[in-house]
Design a protein around this ligand. Structure first.
Ligand code: A3P
Length: 384
């Protein structure tokens, strides 16, 4: 009898224990879910405020502030990456990429303070890296740097700081590698890259096509004779014992046969390279910018570029002024006309004197190719 009472008590206490366990587990579960919710919402609001602070920064492009901004921005990106990983959000991989590879001096410096753009950025849009929508593919020494510097004044354009050379030199590294060389953008911003050798590299059109058939292509062109001299001037600035231009541009020392194998001459046969691009892209996806007009009337050419890219005309004549010492247009970083900025010393060099007979012969050589180029593009650039 004592035994059965003992058994009964035992059954009773195990049942109580089981009930207590169930209650405990339920309590733990509810408290965990509740905490997780709270944590996620705190982390989200932190993230948004950090990002909008970052994007609202009005940055001037002098070296001191760029350094400060780079640090602030890299910290902010780190915070975002940490929050994202705390949330288990998949963007963590994008954001945790080493901040040192980001070109903050480039895009952030061009963030415009216009209220409309600030509002767009306040809508909680998260920055991430994207493959470029638009490429400046050439032509070398025609004003490609000027074009990039001018168009990246637009708050909706972000560009890789240096030439990435993905499609001609680093293609084997893959698109993931390429994407990691792109700047952070938010929705509505265009990602841009400039590598002028793309225009003349045979494999590039097909590779760009495979990345994105809708890629927009910007091509600055300049009188091929002046371009060749500019190209030569650049090469000669790096090599002390360079032969004279006239010796390199012609075969056998006379001006009768043009050396079409010499890079500076070969690159100027634009029609040949363009025909290859047109096998992959319709003319409507290409915009040709006159290198001469980009110097004479930069606002006009940048207006065309903004239209082509579907952007509001934000960069206007108010952003440019002619710098008499430099002999070229320079920039105001904002409409407020603060921080004038000219391109560096390697842009706008003095060219050496070239024998006029050599120049005339080169003009004659290029004429049929130029005419073909006018025909292909539907634009008469009126080169002499
Ligand atoms: P030069 O240095 O021979 O004058 P790229 O950027 O493609 O290498 O082209 C360089 C050329 O851009 C320069 O060639 C220069 O003529 C031209 N250019 C156009 N706009 C310019 C600007 N605002 N400042 C300096 N150079 C400019």
């Amino acid at each position: 009898m004592y035994g059965s009472i003992w058994c009964h008590n035992l059954n009773l206490s195990s049942r109580n224990l089981a009930i207590a366990l169930v209650v405990c587990v339920t309590l733990v579960y509810f408290s965990y879910s509740f905490n997780a919710c709270i944590l996620a919402s705190i982390s989200r609001s932190l993230q948004e405020s950090t990002l909008s602070n970052l994007l609202m920064l009005q940055v001037r492009n002098d070296s001191d502030t760029v350094a400060t901004v780079a640090t602030a921005a890299s910290t902010a990106i780190d915070v975002v990456a940490t929050n994202a990983s705390a949330n288990g959000v998949s963007t963590a991989t994008n954001l945790s990429t080493t901040a040192s590879t980001i070109d903050f001096s480039a895009g952030l410096a061009s963030v415009d303070g216009a209220p409309k753009y600030q509002m767009l950025r306040q809508q909680g849009l998260r920055p991430s890296r994207h493959l470029p929508d638009t490429l400046i593919i050439g032509v070398k020494k025609s004003g490609t740097r000027a074009l990039l510097e001018f168009i990246r004044l637009h708050p909706d354009v972000r560009a890789a700081g240096s030439e990435v050379h993905f499609f001609d030199r680093h293609y084997q590294r893959g698109l993931r590698w390429y994407r990691h060389h792109m700047p952070y953008t938010i929705e509505g911003q265009i990602t841009m890259e400039k590598t002028p050798s793309y225009f003349v590299t045979k494999e590039v059109p097909q590779r760009v096509y495979h990345m994105n058939t809708a890629t927009k292509l910007l091509i600055v062109v300049r009188d091929p004779v002046t371009r060749a001299i500019s190209d030569y001037t650049q090469a000669a600035s790096k090599k002390a014992d360079m032969k004279r231009f006239e010796q390199l541009a012609f075969v056998n020392g006379s001006y009768s046969v043009v050396d079409t194998n010499w890079g500076p001459v070969k690159i100027g046969v634009y029609a040949r390279f363009l025909e290859h691009w047109l096998l992959y892209f319709p003319l409507s996806q290409l915009l040709f910018i006159s290198g001469e007009r980009l110097i004479m009337d930069p606002a006009y050419e940048i207006g065309r570029v903004q239209d082509f890219l579907g952007l509001k005309r934000v960069v206007t004549e108010k952003h440019f002024y002619f710098n008499a010492t430099k002999g070229f247009p320079c920039l105001f970083k904002s409409e407020a006309r603060s921080t004038p900025h000219c391109l560096g010393k390697t842009k706008g060099r003095n060219h050496p004197h070239i024998d006029t007979n050599a120049i005339d012969r080169l003009r004659e050589f290029y004429r049929p190719f130029n005419n073909k180029f006018y025909q292909l593009t539907g634009i008469n650039f009126a080169w002499p």
